[in-house]
Design a binder for this molecule. Structure first.
Ligand code: NI
Length: 174
């Protein structure tokens, strides 16, 4: 396994639509493992393929909060689709590994039912609530070129984008 480099906003690859995965081979399984390792290392609770420069419909997540008392639950979702969303909404303070140290409230459906394929291509379905629901929607957005800051008012979004441009310039100088 190896760590992947996480792209930082703004990057054109974070704004693009991704393609569905068609081949369920060893390369795909390795990519999923690498993405999980990269996510845990960051540390983060979700990571989508475009964030590591892979333009395919794949995301990983593990929203277990009490890591000391609860078992980890690494999940790999390929070609995921939201097939139902609750009318009830919930607001979470979201962040993103591609937008380090920036957080803002985002309102989304409180519960969603998602259908996806596992690494071996088997269909799966689950209804998510709480942090899991927020996370899975945030990551699915990434697969369609959408970031959590796209839900914010233009002023706030531009402020965060300028901070990220500055961060990237500083990193490039190191
Ligand atoms: Ni994100």
């Amino acid at each position: 396994m190896s760590l992947k480099e996480i792209l930082i906003h703004p990057d054109p690859r974070l704004k693009k639509e991704t393609a569905p995965v068609a081949e369920f081979d060893r390369e795909l399984a390795r990519l999923a493992d690498d993405m999980l390792e990269t996510m845990y290392d960051a540390p983060g609770i979700g990571l989508a393929a475009p964030q590591v420069g892979v333009m395919q419909q794949l995301l990983v997540m593990d929203c277990v909060k009490e890591a000391e008392t609860e078992k980890p639950r690494p999940m790999v979702l390929i070609n995921p689709q939201v097939i139902w969303a609750s009318d009830e909404l919930s607001t979470y303070e979201e962040g993103c590994l591609s937008i380090p140290d920036q957080y803002a409230d985002v309102t989304r459906p409180a519960e969603v039912k998602v259908r996806w394929l596992g690494v071996d291509g088997t269909p799966q379905e689950e209804q998510f609530s709480g942090l899991w629901a927020t996370c899975v929607q945030h990551e699915i957005d990434h697969l369609h070129g959408k970031l959590f800051i796209d839900y914010l008012k233009p002023m706030k979004r531009q402020m965060i984008t300028r901070k990220m441009q500055k961060l990237k310039r500083e990193r490039a100088r190191l």
